[in-house]
Design a protein around this ligand. Structure first.
Ligand SMILES: *Cc1c(COP(=O)(O)O)cnc(C)c1O
Length: 379
């Protein structure tokens, strides 16, 4: 059986699925003569913000910059700490350091792989010694599943610390029926090509329903210009969404709901066919709409499973193999919760992301299922 290599993710397949529309959108921009922050960006900002349940969208260069600008819009910099998790893309922590603030890394709830509200409650009630005041909370809706937004928003309100949702993996996710990204004062999105809503290059967005923050973000992303171009009212940066990516993203936004539904259908098949194996499937919580940016199996025999799948021509990934606080760039110099990061460190050794993208065919899903069943004993 000579079968082709099955990738873990396939952004090219997403392009080919909408090729004619995307090519037409690109041609329209090229002929239009405006290439940065024009009508396509403006239209995409309002369409995307509306889809995410927010009043404003501010297009920026990428998801990391979106976090940087959201923190700066709140005046967060040196002398402030920001609570987030270590089980995330390094971008979350890098952004906090980019503004000069100190990350404080908390453990995850192992069932959802997202910020443990109990860990947050402990550091808010008793902030770690020698740490500046916690000025923001940045939960990450990892793998497409929202963190426990009811608990986190309640703590944020009680301690009057703003919540910024890192939605880079959670376009279209919902918590108790409400879009992820509409709970915090701001939310940040990435349009990296493999995300649930992916550009054909870099892109990002901050969403908010606060008019003043939206105005501040628009100024910050372009040198601090506000009323007058070429006159900076504050020191800003250059981080803008370009017209080509905005036009492409408008085409792809029309498909986001259908794409997420397909991801969920694939996850349902994986769940049904892999049940009973000595591997833990993603937890399904009826309060949370999980949009399966990744379908993550958990197994003590992760490395052997990964090798067996590779031998069968099936690509997998590990999100993430090393928690941020243990990576060389951060080791020994990043504040972690006094109660430790045991759940984070255990997860890093056992998680495995199976192939997951909307264009994955039913026969390909079958191939993954057969290979996993052949490699993992019954539990
Ligand atoms: C992808 C990602 C980012 C960063 O987005 P970029 O567009 O790559 O800068 C931030 N946080 C999380 C959780 C991500 O997955």
């Amino acid at each position: 059986m000579a079968s082709r290599e099955l990738p873990q993710n396939d952004p090219r397949a997403a392009y080919l699925a909408q090729r004619a529309e995307i090519d037409a959108a690109i041609a329209r921009v090229l002929e239009g003569g405006r290439y940065i922050l024009g009508s396509e960006s403006a239209a995409f900002e309002s369409e995307f913000a509306a889809a995410m349940g927010c009043r404003h969208g501010i297009g920026v260069g990428n998801g990391t910059d979106a976090l940087v600008l959201a923190l700066r819009a709140l005046g967060i910099g040196p002398g402030k700490a920001v609570a987030t998790v270590a089980h995330t893309a390094v971008a979350t922590v890098a952004a906090i350091e980019m503004v000069g603030a100190e990350p404080l890394l908390l453990d995850i709830d192992p069932a959802s792989y997202t910020m443990d509200p109990a860990a947050l409650a402990r550091v808010l009630a008793a902030p770690p010694a020698r740490l500046p005041p916690i000025a923001a909370i940045v939960p990450v809706h990892l793998y497409g599943q929202p963190a426990d937004l009811a608990a986190l928003a309640a703590l944020a309100a009680r301690y009057r610390v703003p919540l910024i949702e890192d939605c880079a993996q959670a376009h279209g996710a919902r918590f108790e029926g409400r879009p992820a990204g509409s709970f915090g004062v701001m939310a940040t999105f990435s349009f990296y090509p493999t995300k649930n809503l992916g550009a054909l290059g870099d892109g990002g967005m901050v969403t908010t329903s606060d008019d003043a923050l939206a105005a501040e973000l628009r100024a910050l992303r372009e040198y601090g210009w506000r009323e007058r171009r070429y006159v900076s009212e504050r020191a800003g940066v250059n981080s803008r969404l370009d017209e080509l990516q905005a036009a492409i993203l408008r085409v792809k936004l029309a498909r986001l709901e259908a794409d997420n539904a397909r991801r969920i259908a694939i996850a349902d098949r994986y769940d049904a066919e892999l049940a009973g194996l000595a591997a833990t499937a993603p937890r399904r919580d009826p309060r949370r709409r999980h949009v399966f940016h990744q379908y993550v199996l958990r197994s003590a025999g992760r490395d052997a499973l990964r090798s067996a799948l590779a031998a069968a021509g099936i690509g997998t990934n590990i999100h993430y193999p090393v928690p941020v606080h243990l990576q060389p760039a951060y080791l020994g110099r990043i504040a972690t919760a006094p109660s430790g990061l045991a759940a984070t460190e255990a997860a890093a050794g056992e998680v495995l992301s199976l192939p997951m993208y909307p264009q994955l065919g039913d026969d390909e899903v079958d191939r993954v299922i057969a290979a996993v069943r052949a490699a993992v004993p019954r539990g």
